[in-house]
Design a protein around this ligand. Structure first.
Ligand code: APR
Length: 343
């Protein structure tokens, strides 16, 4: 994943460089600026004094001192003034100049706060958009692991109505692990019953119907290679088929899914490759698959959308509502304290 959105305190991030949302004096302040100076210790201020300030939209680099990060890149974002005073250009420049400095100092990992989205009043969703667009553009030609560190829930805008809708959707579906297991075992048994004839079950203990909790599902005794021959389309084959059915290029799909090129080529070249569940879901969202197609793709990677997982139920909610916007989905996941897509 070349780009992650995480919930954390940026001063705790163990990366090569963290970015500070500073002011023109570079002599410290409140918010993330204050937090970074407190965590780095007084030497940071001493070095900042030697820089003699920084223009809005520009960036400077210092050591990290007591921080886990090796460097601090100080950038000065624009104060929001309604949006018609070059704010977007200046904010874009903050990310770009910081990334260029990080590259010049051979940083492999960098963490950004949401610059200007606090005291400087830049609307958080617009600030997040600028951050994502500028970082994504930089990463098309550069190899670096970049984090956007979200410190508080207000950074994600989501309507109360949407939160209520999703909460209801979860309540209607959430079941605990125990019941889902029984239902799952019932489904597996029925599936085996469909593909196996009675003599296949010779020697198996009879399984009571209706299936009770102590189900022992016995696999039919057909030779293993009979099953292997029946292996249907793999995850990789279905993914590539869906990409071409959707008229997408490979690169369009894996970039939209926020999956790095190396991982994609691994999946493409190894027919039996099994990705992680978040990766499989990210592809389903990028391809805008229906719920049944998503379940089919996940199943080929060995997963299911489980109603004992709030994360899965939220994904199901957005797919049922045909909303494949990763930012909207991440807004919701963030509000329900779930890991974010593209993370
Ligand atoms: N880790 C990560 N993010 C943080 C942290 C933290 N420890 N503390 C605050 N943030 C987030 C805020 O929630 C906000 O989303 O950083 C974002 C930027 O907020 P500010 O720190 O207020 O920065 P900004 O809006 O750019 O204003 C800069 O504030 O602190 C002063 O000296 C600074 O004058 C400058 C101005």
């Amino acid at each position: 994943m070349p780009f992650l959105i995480v919930r954390n305190d940026i001063t705790k991030m163990n990366v090569d460089a963290i970015v500070n949302a500073a002011n023109n004096s570079l002599l410290g302040g409140g918010g993330v600026d204050g937090a970074i100076h407190r965590a780095a210790g007084p030497q940071l201020l001493r070095e900042c004094r030697t820089l003699h300030g920084c223009e809005t939209g520009d960036a400077r680099i210092t050591k990290g001192y007591n921080l886990p990060a090796k460097y601090v890149i100080h950038t000065v974002g624009p104060v929001w003034n309604g949006g018609s005073h070059n704010e977007k250009v200046l904010l874009t420049s903050c990310y770009r100049k910081s990334l260029e400095l990080a590259k010049a100092y051979k940083c492999e990992t960098v963490a950004f706060p949401l610059i200007s989205a606090g005291v400087y009043g830049y609307p958080k969703d617009k600030a997040l958009r600028v951050a994502i667009d500028t970082i994504s553009e930089f990463l098309t030609d550069n190899d670096m692991l970049v984090y956007i560190v979200i410190f508080d829930k207000q950074s994600f805008k989501i309507s109360e109505k949407l939160v209520a809708d999703i909460r209801q959707f979860i309540d209607d579906r959430y079941v605990d692990e125990h019941y889902i297991e029984t239902a799952e075992r019932r489904r597996i048994f029925k599936k085996i019953k469909n593909i196996a004839s009675d003599e296949d079950f010779e020697g198996c203990s009879s399984v009571a119907e209706p299936l009770t909790d102590d189900i022992t599902v016995c696999l039919p005794s057909r030779p293993l290679d009979a099953y292997i021959k029946e292996l249907d389309e793999s995850f990789s084959e279905m993914l590539l088929r869906k990409i071409s059915e959707k008229g997408m290029k490979d690169s369009q799909c894996y970039k939209k899914a926020n999956i790095d090129r190396k991982l994609f080529s691994k999946i493409k070249n190894d027919k039996l490759y099994k990705p992680s569940k978040p990766t499989a879901i990210a592809f389903a969202i990028a391809l805008e698959l229906s719920l049944s197609e998503t379940k089919e793709l996940l199943e080929k990677a060995g997963f299911a959308l489980s109603h004992s997982s709030v994360f899965d139920i939220i994904i199901e909610y957005f797919i049922r509502n045909k909303n494949y916007n990763v930012f909207d989905i991440n807004d919701a996941l963030f509000q329900f304290d779930q890991p974010l897509l593209g993370c």
